[in-house]
Design a protein around this ligand. Structure first.
Ligand code: CP
Ligand code: NVA
Length: 301
């Protein structure tokens, strides 16, 4: 029975521990220039209905470096853009590939592709979440700060974004406290917050969210597909910028994460993203190492 990775609820705590251990080992191997070919003969198909730099490149690099092969298609360059159903597309890709990664808009489309596919499907970003990114963020926290357990993570800005939602889900598996700093209207759904329970605290005061935090995270104010709302979002969120003054409220050794791409000067300043507390470049690199471990778990079982 194939298992997908559509949300962070699709793996257990024990599987995440094994995945992080393997990702640390694969990263160390890569640094030593060792060749690892655990996925030789296996094929990955990447399907993009939205733009991407990191997800596209890090999945391709991960699969090729493990000895596998990859094909990438987009809606515009495939029959998806001409109306072929996602279910028919999934059935056909399943006959060529050992795993599918899908980046799309609504979660109905992601779930429909997963249901019709006979091979594991990875969510490469949807409206409902960005689980591979948040997994990588927590791996980066472990690498920088020794452990995720017991840490306080502040997520500031658009907390209703796919990143905000996946961070809320992650509290159920990784034992950290999450403080969301956002105005009314930019909170994750009440049902998701209720599910997460006392580990998640929501405040409209960005300083309160960041006070004493070990990790400060933000994301763009206007996600892909929300471009028409950009002016309103800038106005609503301007007090939630991660800047030097806000960072001064966090723990002295706190790190800053941003999944990228950043809109410098909006949700984050140049001084913070380029500063000593920024872990964003490690975070981007770690996408590849974490996804290697994930691909091994999903394809090899
Ligand atoms: N962080 C992230 O997913 O980046 P891309 O949109 O470039 O893939
Ligand atoms: N929330 C952002 C993340 C980009 C990686 C978006 O969906 O555009």
């Amino acid at each position: 029975m194939k298992r997908d990775f559509l949300t962070l609820a699709d793996r257990t705590e024990a599987e995440y521990r094994a995945l992080f251990d393997r990702a640390h080992a694969l990263k160390a191997s890569r640094k030593r220039k060792e060749v690892v070919t655990t996925l030789a003969g296996r094929h990955l198909v990447l399907v993009f209905e939205k733009a991407s730099t990191r997800t596209h490149l890090s999945f391709e690099a991960a699969m090729y470096q493990l000895g596998g092969t990859v094909t990438t298609i987009t809606a515009g360059t495939s029959q998806i853009g001409r109306g072929e159903t996602i279910e028919d597309t999934a059935r056909v890709i399943s006959s060529y590939a050992d795993c599918i990664m899908f980046r799309t808009f609504g979660d109905e489309r992601l779930n429909a592709l997963a249901k019709a596919s006979s091979v594991p499907v990875i969510n490469g970003l949807s409206e409902g979440g960005h689980p591979v990114q948040v997994l990588t963020d927590l791996f980066t926290v472990e690498e920088r700060l020794g452990s995720v357990k017991g840490k306080t993570v502040a997520f500031v800005g658009d907390c209703a974004s796919n990143m905000g939602r996946s961070f809320v889900e992650a509290t159920l598996f990784f034992g950290f406290d999450l403080r969301l700093g956002c105005p009314e209207g930019y909170r994750p759904a009440a049902s998701l917050l209720a599910e997460a329970g006392s580990r998640v605290h929501v405040t409209a005061d960005a300083s309160e969210a960041v006070k004493g935090a070990d990790v400060v995270v933000t994301d763009v104010w206007t996600s892909m597909g929300q471009e028409a709302e950009s002016a309103k979002r800038k106005k609503d969120l301007h007090e939630y910028q991660v800047n030097e003054a806000l960072m001064a409220k966090a723990k002295p050794g706190a790190i800053v994460l941003h999944c990228l791409p950043a809109h410098r000067g909006e949700e984050i300043t140049d001084g913070v993203i380029d500063g000593a507390q920024s872990a964003v470049w490690d975070e981007a690199e770690n996408r590849m190492h974490v996804q290697k471990a994930l691909l091994e778990q999903l394809i090899l079982g």
